[in-house]
Design a protein around this ligand. Structure first.
Ligand code: NAP
Ligand code: MG
Length: 496
């Protein structure tokens, strides 16, 4: 966002591209999109056994981009069998050799970063600046980081003999299609598991191009399989008897279904679910920086972020000043064509998501909150929503309780740190929180009491592969990233 984009907290490892000299609107010609894709199973693209395909569109134009295969039950089974066959040799491969594949994949993602960024933006609607500067560099970073772990697992888990689990069935959402793939595929492969991955229905393309990269990297057939499809595809994957580990990122509703379904099955499960994260600004905070952090926290990726700072708590003494600054800043956000490098807020991912956002925003107005939206024109085609700020929100309003997953911020106030904690924790979710204050002791005091997997201090939406990410309560369980994330893919029960 503006001067402070969400970014990696480490030095970017992606060689900077020559954007200066590129035309100001990124060209869709940078990526060659097939008309019709197959499922990627056992090292190759194959027509789906279901003989069914579905269209994936560009949500910024509603144009059809390509046809993706709709994997059915037999496709799921074929992919799981391929992964099962590959699991033994992959697990037995010398860990340093496994690492070489991951390093190679990381390098190839860097080399093809422009193609992947453009494809991610076309298929999902996120601003090209974010796909280019955040998503794709982080994808490479995850593969580099996990490549480094592959031959050091015995040091990560001293005293035990870490063993892979077998076939991992992974189901991911549409908000960070390639990054969620990286969060799941990199640790699974580094720890010696094989994978069947189901991307989200509205964003299958980068996962398919990534599959092609792994084939070009020489990854043995069956180690990674990608089967696009619908909810039913995901359901048959997680329920398949030969899947030993299920990793799911998506809504709390579907996460609960999966948890119930898997109860007693002996499968290992991690769930990364929804959130309604609190962003807390104290009166002593550097206000202009806090405004940037809050804006980034909610409008990054159109608010399609599980850890979006969607509830803002402002200390009462600065409430009017802070809201005034926020309104001024919203007025300057550029909403529109995601392929324009100056765009701050791109397209809403789908018509269904746009409807969900609109319905919740209407409920905010009906329940008596005051809405502010900047005067900006929206494109006539595609799915767009104006950045929206609510004041006068009460904790019982739906807009302060339910995950909107869109560019909508609900603001409330507090007087004391205790009150801020009480209000921030008053949610079924527990994914992330942000605190803005110049007092170090207060940051620690707050971090101790906030019931959320991540607490950012004087920043927001910083991601790094070394740092475990995950939730409490209805935001799920298990961690992705860091040493904790490796543990989710290992059997640590045998003592060395
Ligand atoms: P979703 O509807 O739960 O879908 C997620 C994935 O699950 C999609 O691939 C979906 O396929 C598939 N799916 C649907 N029904 C299924 C079933 N019965 N069994 C197995 N898989 C099934 O969620 P979404 O709307 O795509 O994503 C948004 C949600 O993800 C938000 O709630 C957000 O907070 C959460 N999220 C969490 C994190 C985190 O790390 N905690 C990160 C990103 C997003 P289809 O696409 O075909 O429906
Ligand atoms: Mg799409």
């Amino acid at each position: 966002m503006g001067d402070q984009p969400a970014s990696t907290s480490h030095t970017p490892i992606l060689a900077p591209l020559d954007w200066e000299y590129a035309p100001s609107r990124e060209s869709a010609d940078l990526v060659s999109i097939g008309d019709r894709y197959g499922v990627f199973v056992d090292g190759d693209f194959r027509p789906p056994l279901s003989k069914k395909w579905f269209e994936t569109i560009n949500p910024a134009t509603e144009d059809v981009l390509a046809e993706a295969p709709l994997a059915g039950e037999r496709d799921v089974d074929r992919a799981v069998q391929a992964a099962k066959k590959a699991a033994g040799p992959w697990a037995k491969l010398a860990p340093a050799e496994r690492a070489k594949y991951l390093f190679r994949i990381a390098r190839m993602v860097q080399e093809r970063s422009r193609e992947l960024a453009v494809l991610e933006t076309l298929d999902g609607g996120k601003p090209i600046r974010e796909a280019r500067d955040v998503d794709v560099p982080l994808v490479a970073a995850h593969f580099f980081y996990h490549a480094g772990w592959a031959d050091k697992l015995e040091y990560a888990f001293a005293g035990v003999d870490p063993k892979p689990l077998g076939v991992a069935g992974q189901v991911i959402p549409w908000n960070f299609p390639l990054l969620m793939l990286a969060w799941k595929v990199a640790p699974a492969l580094a720890t010696g598991n094989t994978v069947v991955l189901k991307p989200a229905e509205t964003t299958p393309l980068t996962a398919l191009h990534f599959a092609q990269i792994t084939a070009e990297a020489g990854l043995p057939p069956g180690v990674l399989n990608v089967i696009p499809g619908a909810g039913d595809t995901g359901a048959s994957l997680v329920g398949h008897p030969d899947v030993a580990k299920v990793a799911f990122t998506g809504s709390t509703e579907v996460g609960k279904l999966i948890q119930r379904r898997l109860a007693g099955s002996g499968k290992r499960l991690t769930l990364e679910l929804g959130g309604k994260s609190a962003h807390i600004v104290f009166e002593d905070a550097p206000l202009d920086q806090a405004v940037e952090g809050v804006v980034n926290g909610i409008f990054f990726n159109q608010g399609h972020v599980c850890c979006a700072g969607s509830r803002l708590f402002i200390q009462e003494s600065i409430q009017d000043v802070f809201v005034g600054k926020l309104r001024d800043r919203l007025q300057t956000l550029r909403v529109g064509d995601p392929m324009d490098k100056n765009t701050d807020v791109g397209a809403i991912n789908s018509a269904a998501q746009l409807e969900k956002i609109s319905e919740l925003v209407d409920s905010g107005v009906e329940e008596g909150a005051e809405m502010f939206q900047p005067d900006c024109a929206l494109p006539s085609r595609g799915f767009f929503f104006k950045p929206t700020l609510f004041t006068g929100v009460s904790q019982s309003h739906r807009i302060s309780q339910e995950e909107i997953f869109g560019p909508v911020l609900s603001t409330m106030s507090f007087r004391t740190p205790d009150e801020a904690i009480e209000k921030a924790n008053n949610t079924p979710y527990g994914l992330a929180a942000g605190v803005w204050t110049t007092k170090g002791s207060r940051i620690l005091w707050m971090a101790d009491r906030l019931r959320s997997g991540v607490v950012w201090a004087n920043t927001y939406n910083k991601f790094d592969p070394t740092s475990p990410f995950g939730g409490y309560k209805e935001s799920g369980f298990g961690r992705e990233g860091g040493r904790h994330g490796l543990a989710s893919y290992l059997d640590l029960s045998s003592v060395r």
